[in-house]
Design a protein around this ligand. Structure first.
Ligand code: 0O2
Length: 221
């Protein structure tokens, strides 16, 4: 009856999400290893903060509508590449590129797409480095190659994006002209701050292991 159908659907959905969950796990492990290795062998921590999320069914369906594509599991698997998402926040722009290179160069990581919104910010001012990677997840009866979107950005970029996101939400995606101008201006300020911090970086490094180099509390992955 209906109950069985709903249960079947739930089971299928859980199975669908599982691969993406494991994809996130795999990527988080890679990031954690890079972080620990760095903590043990260097005087500087390139990664400040890591978060992850699994896209909700609603926003997956919203995206299929926006893309004008079918909403069956096959098509979704092929077209929606950001179901699994990881966001890495770094102190310095150079760290963001370093982290991206370290992940991209691992032999089991296939870079499907790379978008450098740091070198070329979006017209609204958004800056970040986006990678879509595909990594193997080994299950009992098969290997799935799972796409994961990795967004890498500085603290300044992250701050800007979170404020912009809240404003966009409040205004349902259509921001008044003055706010858009203000945000674009704030993005430029953010980029300037990143550039200044980049220049101060050598000084930070010189502080050595006991200086501004440890992991701040509460930023564990
Ligand atoms: P969520 O809830 O963060 O997942 P599309 O996703 O189709 O719009 P594309 O080319 O697939 O575009 O992805 P793109 O442009 O590489 O980046 C999409 C994701 O980057 C977004 O995911 C946001 O997380 C982030 N992003 C991109 N542009 C902006 C922006 O202007 N402001 C903010 N705050 N974030 C941005 P989602 O799915 O929109 O949302």
């Amino acid at each position: 009856g209906v109950i069985t159908t709903v249960r079947d659907a739930q089971r299928e959905l859980a199975r669908f999400r599982m691969g993406y969950e494991f994809g996130i796990e795999e990527m988080l492990t890679k990031i954690r290893i890079l972080r620990s290795e760095f903590r043990q062998t260097h005087d500087h921590n390139p990664i400040e903060h890591v978060t992850s999320r699994l896209k909700s069914i609603d926003s997956i369906l919203e995206k299929t509508t926006r893309y004008g594509c079918a909403a069956d599991p096959e098509t979704i698997r092929e077209r929606i590449l950001d179901i699994a998402g990881i966001r890495i926040t770094c102190s310095f722009v150079s760290d963001a590129y370093w982290v991206a290179d370290m992940l991209a160069s691992q032999p089991d990581v296939e870079v499907v797409r790379r978008k450098d919104y740091i070198a070329e910010p979006k017209p609204n001012g958004y800056r970040s480095l986006h990678l879509i990677v595909r990594i193997p997840v080994f299950l009992s009866d098969r290997t799935e190659h799972v796409p994961v979107e990795v967004q890498i950005r500085t603290i300044a970029m992250d701050f800007w994006a979170s404020v912009e996101h809240k404003l966009s939400y409040k205004y349902h995606g259509v921001l008044p002209e003055d706010l858009r101008t203000e945000l674009l201006d704030a993005a430029v300020t953010g980029a300037e701050l990143d550039a200044r911090m980049g220049r101060l970086r050598a000084e930070v490094r010189d502080l050595g292991a006991e200086g501004a180099t440890g992991t701040p509390p509460g930023t564990d992955t």
